[in-house]
Design a protein around this ligand. Structure first.
Ligand SMILES: [Fe+2]
Ligand SMILES: [Fe+2]
Length: 380
């Protein structure tokens, strides 16, 4: 069975080239390895054909206009609708219309000291960033209907598109760090200890790429200044190292921290959606979605920025659910319950996490699902 790169629904089954164990039961897929090898062969052949037909030498390839040189770091997908591309991406869900509306603002109540510290830390970070970025999220005054949109923005009740984008760009540049750090450390641990990873690495990598795609999407809507780049550079340097050390010694606390960070992300994007729908960001009400977002989330060709923000919020809700669930597990021994499939948004958007027993049940259901599938030879 081929592991699909993009699924039409979050409920669909995904199969990864790994063995998942729960107790004495083991299931593995070798077909995924063969499929991956085929894809690799095809890609190599395509590159060879392209090089041969263009007749380019190595020195010529660095010249302007070379297929190896992309001036635009965003547009790696062709801009010709309605052809979708993006098979170079890791797994990520594609949402149905009702799924993106199913996301709610929910909260994991801290029970342990490390949870409380993680929660307070996230709240502190959020407060600091709100102050710096001028985000107040305060309720509209009673006489808001008498105020112009300009006045509401000046008084800090409402953010304009540029202010929203500054916020999104900074947050997404940070949000892409934890998944990559977690995947790196788990990968190295697997090499060091010469044992399997129980399916955690892929999920962490998928989250990192998903966050980076959020950044790539919003980058198409706003040019960033040198000062903004410097800010991101400094923040990344500090955050990467702090998160690396935290994950090295306290991986559960690190996942909990990310879970709380994602709670804030869902809150922020929900606020943005509410403002767009209340016509407080009229510039975005019907503005077209960037092509990269249409390709990535398989949106309709007439999708708007509002549709993009809905999709991003659904992603953040997934990160919230996944990280809080992973934080509930034994980091050394437990299987990642989301290595094979994920619940749909009606669960991930409403429920804050799986506890350890629920995770074990979900893994067992996945195993039975694969077993049935292998008997019938059908896809789940
Ligand atoms: Fe994000
Ligand atoms: Fe996220």
């Amino acid at each position: 069975m081929i592991r699909p790169q993009i699924l039409s629904s979050t409920t669909a089954l995904r199969v990864v080239p790994m063995a998942c164990t729960m107790g004495s039961r083991t299931f593995a897929t070798t077909a995924a390895f063969r499929a991956a090898a085929n894809i690799q062969q095809r890609t190599t052949a395509q590159h060879a054909a392209a090089a041969s037909s263009s007749g380019q030498t190595r020195s010529e390839s660095s010249a302007a206009g070379s297929p190896l040189t992309k001036q635009d770091a965003v547009s790696t997908v062709p801009q010709q609708p309605p052809t979708f591309t993006g098979d170079w991406l890791l797994f990520h869900p594609v949402y149905k219309a009702d799924e993106v509306k199913a996301v709610e603002v929910v909260h994991q109540v801290p029970t342990k000291l490390s949870d409380r510290v993680a929660y307070r830390l996230v709240k502190l970070c959020r407060w600091g960033f709100d102050v710096v970025s001028g985000y107040k999220a305060k309720p509209l005054p009673a006489d808001a209907h008498k105020m112009t949109l300009q006045k509401l923005r000046e008084d800090g009740y409402v953010l304009g598109p540029d202010a929203w984008l500054n916020r999104f760009l900074f947050l997404e540049s940070i949000a892409g760090v934890p998944g990559m750090v977690a995947a790196t450390l788990r990968h190295l641990q697997s090499l060091r200890l010469m044992r399997r990873d129980n399916g955690w690495i892929h999920t962490c990598l998928e989250e990192a790429e998903n966050e980076r795609m959020h950044l790539m999407t919003f980058m198409t809507l706003r040019k960033h200044s040198i000062f903004f780049r410097a800010l991101i550079l400094g923040a990344q340097g500090v955050f990467y190292n702090m998160f690396f050390l935290t994950y090295l010694f306290m991986p559960a606390a690190a996942h909990r921290f990310v879970g709380y960070l994602e709670e804030e992300a869902v809150r922020t994007y929900s606020h943005c959606i509410q403002d767009i729908e209340n016509n407080l960001v009229p510039e975005w009400r019907t503005a077209p979605a960037p092509q990269i977002a249409i390709d990535y989330w398989r949106l309709s060709q007439d999708a708007s920025i509002l549709d993009v923000v809905y999709a991003v919020r659904a992603d953040e809700s997934t990160h919230r659910f996944v990280n809080h669930s992973l934080a509930n597990l034994n980091q050394k021994t437990d299987v990642n319950p989301f290595a094979i499939r994920e619940p749909d948004m009606h669960t991930k958007g409403h429920k804050i996490s799986f506890n350890r027993d629920e995770a074990a049940t979900y893994v067992e259901e996945s195993r039975q699902l694969l077993e049935r599938q292998s008997k019938t030879g059908t896809e789940a």
